[in-house]
Design a protein around this ligand. Sequence first.
Ligand SMILES: CCCCCCCCCCC/C=C/C(=O)SCCNC(=O)CCNC(=O)[C@H](O)C(C)(C)COP(=O)(O)OP(=O)(O)OC[C@H]1O[C@@H](n2cnc3c(N)ncnc32)[C@H](O)[C@@H]1OP(=O)(O)O
Length: 437
Amino acid sequence: MAGVTGRLVRGWCPRAVRRLSLLLTSILQCLSFTFLPVAKFTQPFRNHFGNHCWERRNLFCPSSSLQVPAQLHMSKTAMGASQKDFESAMNQVKLLEKDPGNEVKLKLYALYKQATEGPCSTPKPGVFDLINKAKWDAWNALGNLPKETARQNYVDLVSGLSSSSDSSSQVKPEADREQAGYETLVMTSEDGITKIMLNRPTKMNALTTQMYQEIMLALEAASKDDSTITVLTGNGSYFSSGNDLTNFTHISPDEIEEKARRGAILLRDFVGCFIDFPKPLVAAVNGPAVGISVTILRLFDLVYASDRATFHTPFSHLGQTPEGCSSYTFPKLMGPGKAAEMLIFGKKLTAAEACAQGLVTEVFPDSTFQKEVWTRLKAYSKLPRNALRISKQMIRNHEKEKLHATNAEESRILQERWLSDECMNAIMNFLSRKAKM
Ligand SMILES: CCCCCCCCCCC/C=C/C(=O)SCCNC(=O)CCNC(=O)[C@H](O)C(C)(C)COP(=O)(O)OP(=O)(O)OC[C@H]1O[C@@H](n2cnc3c(N)ncnc32)[C@H](O)[C@@H]1OP(=O)(O)O
């Protein structure tokens, strides 16, 4: 007890901890509504997708543990899906033998609606109409995602599901063979390009600890596969809303120091993977980016952005400090004044502003973003692979040591920040905003 109290006095104010604990209890009580058994949930999806032999599952599975994924597939993907591809994907969905789980079904539903009807404009169902609310939320979360992008994402998702369910009954060609499993990403490979797509669109692709782990595994796999270029992008309306602030919840006061220590190691390892990535790495920033999803961009070789994207690093607002090597790369890139506006004062940049500062390589209209980016990348992927790889490493090697040192220092400072009242109060504010809604 004395040890716990000591830690509280040093780090977290006890009143604030009690407040957080009460708040979390009430949030958990609210959330327990969503972990309902599920017979209720499957039927409406079957109505839409046909009568499959799907098991009953929970609609939302709590998935923020540090598990290594159970199964994963690398599948071929359609990067510019036609109406025919889309219709064929709809037929494939009906033939799936394995229940893909309610989370995936929600994504399929949302993408289908977006692809066929455009942005959600129907009234939000009442709070007790759980099924329709979940479906509405999933569709609404896609924002103004263009119909053609939704169609393509639908085809990509179905293609992944089909190859995963085929794998038990067929031997596939080498390039298509099942590799491992991800729950929070979709990883596909085609035409010399490996695409890693962040796949929590209803949470704006906020990064859970599981997601950091899966991205590291995916980068490791991509660094060794036979593709020429690796691309990171987001599913839905956001590129990513940065660190998932619920990473800070479910922590008792006596665990906090250890969690912060492990969080700092996770952060250092995660950013380290981008510093060391050996092949050309491209970010296709499909929508707004927040926090760490902005800072790491400087570690990419190309950053293509939709004109809908924004770039926001509200670290001070969260009682936190810069990471992703941005305390070194941003001032070097845009000068100390502009870097201070972003990193200290949290100024949000438009895509055009980020391009003017050199953070973004090129901006494309949202309506043609996917088509133009993938056409460009397909052409680049035909260039001699080894030359691309060696040139990238020549550019990166000048400052690798400095980047690793910066990364280690930023992670160390954040470890301390996470124990501060400023940080905890900011996270409480975000979570209580949710609890009030
Ligand atoms: C002890 C510590 C261990 C920690 C280990 C961590 C290791 C690595 C740390 C790396 C450091 C990184 C720092 C950062 O990235 S700082 C930036 C953090 N991000 C934010 O502050 C953004 C917070 N989100 C928002 O401001 C808004 O959600 C947003 C503007 C993005 C969108 O607003 P909008 O109104 O359009 O949509 P909603 O808010 O309704 O969002 C829809 C649902 O998604 C949930 N959501 C979105 N973003 C996050 C997030 N970052 N964390 C948690 N949840 C998020 C949101 O709550 C909604 O969920 P519900 O539908 O369930 O309400």
